[in-house]
Design a protein around this ligand. Structure first.
Ligand code: SF4
Length: 225
């Protein structure tokens, strides 16, 4: 008899069979990730990667190089990444100064100890809330948390329950709970889940107008039923 509900690992297998293996396009080191994140606005893989290419080509990523760069030059390098390049350049300088003065030039080495303390440090940087902190913890190899792509929180809920929580935080927590209970707590497994859900949420299972007619999990998706 045909199964009517897939487990999270089965959903991920089907997504991987459809999209192929996924690779992160951002740096895993926490300091470099912060720079990459401020390279684009609105932040997306495309906008951040565009700004990142200019930043690395024209300025560099070393805190000293960013602090030494003239604000106009840094702003010009960040412009291809989208809106608010002046503000992003200011943020980048603030972060570079903190890495140098507060973290002795090595943010990753400072992210040790109790996870609540580490999370607090990460959330002290501009534009980093819980989803951003989870993403850094996971991809930097600090803790294999059940991170969820912040723009694709409703994918698993739609497939398994047919609807997603209206409240963003509730939706994020529910997606985390689903990953936490079914995906092994290893870096590889949780990174794979994150990347596949991100790809699916951005490409087909969009919040508005999901492309269900060409979706690989349509036959078992509760949203469609
Ligand atoms: S069938 Fe539609 S709602 Fe369900 S996972 Fe696919 S795109 Fe999303």
């Amino acid at each position: 008899m045909r199964k009517t509900r897939l487990t999270v690992p089965e959903i991920l297998n089907q997504l991987e069979a459809f999209y192929g293996k996924q690779e992160a396009c951002w740096p895993s080191d926490p300091y470099l990730f912060l720079l990459w994140w401020y390279c684009g606005y609105p932040a997306s893989d495309a906008s951040c990667s565009k700004g990142w290419k200019e930043l690395t080509g024209r300025i560099g990523t070393d805190p000293d190089a960013i602090l030494a760069a003239h604000p106009t030059k840094l702003t010009a390098a960040l412009k291809p990444g989208g809106m608010l390049p002046e503000l992003r350049a200011e943020r980048m300088k603030e972060v570079a100064a903190r890495i140098k003065n507060e973290f002795d030039g090595d943010l990753l080495a400072s992210l040790a100890g109790p996870i609540t303390k580490v999370r607090k440090v990460l959330k002290s940087f501009p534009s980093i809330a819980d989803p951003g902190a989870d993403r850094i913890l996971l991809f930097a190899g600090i803790q294999p948390v059940a991170a969820v792509p912040s723009n694709c929180t409703g994918v698993l809920e739609r497939i398994q329950k047919g609807h997603e929580e209206k409240n963003y935080h509730a939706s994020y927590r529910e997606a985390q709970r689903m990953i936490d209970s079914e995906v092994p707590a290893t870096f590889d497994a949780r990174i794979r889940a994150y990347l596949l859900l991100k790809r699916h949420g951005e490409e087909l299972c969009k919040r508005t107008k999901p492309k269900c007619e060409i979706c690989p999990v349509r036959a078992v998706c509760a949203f469609v039923k």
